[in-house]
Write a protein that binds this ligand. Structure first.
Ligand code: CP3
Length: 345
């Protein structure tokens, strides 16, 4: 394709498109042999911080599968480092924080980040991507809650005991932490957009562990502030995604994004109609594990989604990130299937 393909952006704004746009969360990753080759030479942090390598990795899936959007290769944890939060990626576990943050003193000493200086590699990569891509590039941030969950728990968690105990017992410290993260994430979002990101996805992956009252009190005001700032200063669409958020959709809608990502557990067509009144766009939600099935079942399940969501404002995606070990050929066939399904006579 020689011209710029903006059907993803149009769908974010509920506009009619020639085809249903398709991209995949975690589309650049270990399931790809080309990614594994690069990873054998560079750590995740190095890939994120060397613009030439990061540019190349971001391009891999878009070029391989002809997707309708790229997503910057980075990680939600990356902006925490200049704040003074030291972490490593442990194989098979995920991000692990050296010193979990559990006191007011630690929160007060978090460093105010100059994003254009400390995260300049992200800006440089996005600049390069803007020139080379023929599709929009999605920038992203982790939401304050999900980042706080790693900071306080020290890593992934099953029941978020430390996080919730902290929230319930050290309210002032919690709110100060959320304020500091919110300020950083607004600056970082605006920086990504001014460097070339055409959309912003906010990953609030783990917020589904909260009930509605807690979401309202401890999270929603900060989410509104972030989407409000992006809306006030730019015209790019905002996507909000979390897993196990079935009970939160009406509140997530209040947070003010243009698109809501739906995980694979939810009935996306019912959520769109009954919880969201078709007022925002939706993105999702094939179970990433289905990509380990044989093609006829993948096709059947993808077709069901496409048939149930056939109206402007639907973006085809998985219901969470692509898993390591996923056959690349199934990813390729799925993207092609979505695109061919939509070529109507
Ligand atoms: O292609 C893309 O989607 C862009 C890249 C991307 C990464 N992380 C790279 C990465 C994105 C969008 C993220 C977001 C992210 N990171 C989230 C939100 C999305 C979600 O899955 O809910 C979360 C919770 C994280 C935290 C994180 N980083 C985890 C849990 C892990 C470990 C995953 C694992 O399987 O080991 C990481 C490391 C990480 N970030 C990898 C990648 C591709 C693993 C790669 C590797 O080892 O090479």
């Amino acid at each position: 394709m020689n011209t710029y393909n903006d059907r993803f952006i149009k769908a974010c704004f509920l506009e009619e498109t020639d085809q249903i746009p398709v991209w995949f969360m975690r589309q650049a990753g270990r399931y790809q042999s080309a990614y594994r080759d690069i990873r054998s030479k560079y750590s995740i942090k190095e890939i994120c911080k060397i613009p030439e390598i990061c540019h190349k990795v971001t391009h891999l899936p878009v070029d391989q599968f002809n997707l309708d959007a790229a997503i910057l290769f980075s990680d939600i944890m990356i902006p925490l480092e200049p704040m003074g939060v030291d972490f490593d990626y442990k194989p098979g576990i995920g991000p692990v924080i050296k010193e979990p943050v559990r006191s007011m003193k630690q929160i007060k000493s978090l460093i105010k980040v100059d994003v254009g200086y400390s995260l300049s590699y992200t800006g440089q990569t996005l600049n390069m991507l803007k020139d080379s891509l023929k599709v929009p590039c999605i920038g992203f941030i982790g939401a304050p809650f999900t980042l706080a969950s790693y900071m306080i728990e020290g890593g992934p968690s099953k029941n978020y005991r430390h996080l919730k105990a902290f929230m319930y017992t050290q309210k002032d410290a919690w709110h100060l932490l959320m304020e500091k993260l919110t300020d950083l994430l607004i600056d970082y979002s605006l920086y990504q957009i001014s460097s070339g990101a055409s959309a912003m996805q906010i990953f609030d992956s783990w917020v589904g562990c909260l009930n509605r009252d807690d979401y309202k009190e401890y999270v929603l005001p900060y989410m509104k502030k972030i989407t409000g700032a992006i809306k006030a200063h730019t015209s790019v669409p905002v996507i909000l995604f979390g897993v196990q958020t079935q009970h939160l959709f009406s509140l997530i809608k209040e947070a003010g994004s243009d698109v809501i990502g739906v995980d694979w557990r939810s009935e996306i067509h019912n959520i769109w109609k009954n919880e969201l009144n078709f007022e925002v766009a939706v993105q999702g939600n094939l179970d990433p594990c289905l990509l380990f099935a044989d093609w006829p079942l993948i096709e059947k399940k993808a077709q069901e989604i496409l048939e149930r969501l056939d109206r402007p404002g639907f973006i085809f995606n998985l219901g969470h990130g692509i898993l390591p070990g996923t056959p690349e050929d199934n990813v390729k066939r799925l993207a092609a299937f979505v695109q061919e399904y939509c070529i109507k006579v």
